[in-house]
Design a protein around this ligand. Structure first.
Ligand code: MN
Ligand code: MN
Length: 316
């Protein structure tokens, strides 16, 4: 018997401690196909802090989501055993200690045979998640939705913050440049040299101008053409325009709409996905109605439906 969300006609949507989509909270990932897990850490943030508060808020905003996707034609809880495994207790004052805790926590989920959907946290937390998943699956392909490249080298002399995770991941050999695609990149840069690392490692960038010029279907086609083998999705909410997603730490104007973001995530259904995350939601900067956390919760649902439609690399 697979876990199911609480039924809204038996338990009011606003009742009970908040879990993702009102799923059961379990502490052991054994028997799960997908584990929802929070990483409330924002010690890698360079501007407005607060992503540590996102897992709780996104869970609260997920209470309205109904269990069937009319647009993806899938009922994920009929196909997958899914539960909310709570948060990784990431130490808040040391990024290295946080990384150790996240790698261990995600490693336990992966060892149990479950695919994680991670609620960040700032973008620095994707690195230890990738470390844990690459240990199980080998070097990964990566689909990154983001306004920012996050392949810079360092910050105040430190190698780890939310602007460096994917440079470190390439250097560590846990993602491959030729299977790494970034979508939605925009905003002022430091200079053309920001892309030297991309050229050196064959990283593909579809900046926001190309997304808007060629459209979502074309963008999805590029992702599908490039990404093969075990793949991870990382969704930085600042890829979405701050008019739709103001609750984030480093907002950049001129981004995706909420609807484009939904369509892009749906477009990943052909990939072999080993997990994914949604990061950089900062609830204290959110707009009325918690629209950013609400969008993040709904994008997680779209991603869960994608996982229900696609093969698990270890379960066929
Ligand atoms: Mn980012
Ligand atoms: Mn970003």
């Amino acid at each position: 018997m697979k876990h199911q969300p609480r039924q809204s006609f038996k338990s009011p949507r606003f009742a009970q401690p908040a879990t993702f989509m009102r799923l059961p909270h379990v502490v052991d990932s054994s028997g799960l196909d997908v584990a929802i897990v929070g990483v409330p850490f924002d010690g890698g943030t360079s501007y407005r802090p607060g992503a540590r508060l996102a897992p709780r808020e996104i869970r609260a905003q997920s209470s309205l989501i109904r269990p069937y996707s009319y647009f993806q034609k899938v009922a994920p809880f009929e196909r997958l055993n899914v539960a909310d495994v709570g948060d990784i207790d990431a130490p808040p004052v040391s990024i290295e200690k946080c990384y150790d805790a996240v790698e261990a926590g995600i490693g336990a989920i992966a060892d149990a045979g479950a695919r994680p959907i991670v609620i960040g946290g700032d973008h620095s937390i994707s690195l230890p998640v990738l470390r844990a998943l690459a240990r199980r699956h080998g070097p990964l392909a990566l689909v990154q939705f983001d306004a920012h490249i996050d392949t810079w080298d360092e910050y105040f002399g430190g190698k780890y913050f939310h602007g460096t995770p994917f440079r470190r991941a390439i250097e560590e050999g846990i993602i491959e440049g030729g299977r790494f695609i970034q979508v939605g990149i925009r905003g002022p840069m430091y200079g053309e040299a920001d892309f030297d690392f991309h050229r050196e490692h064959g990283i593909t960038t579809i900046d926001i101008e190309r997304v808007k010029e060629h459209g979502i279907a074309w963008t999805v086609e590029q992702i599908r053409r490039l990404v093969h083998g075990p793949a991870y999705m990382t969704f930085d909410i600042d890829s979405v325009d701050p008019a739709f997603a103001p609750g984030t730490g480093t907002p950049e104007v001129g981004g995706l709409t909420s609807h484009e973001a939904q369509q892009l995530v749906r477009g990943l259904a052909a990939l072999t996905l080993v997990g994914g995350d949604i990061v950089e939601v900062a609830p204290l900067f959110d707009g009325p109605g918690q629209i950013t956390a609400l969008l993040a919760a709904n994008l997680m649902f779209e991603f869960l439906c994608v996982l229900a439609r696609t093969g698990d690399p270890h379960h066929g």
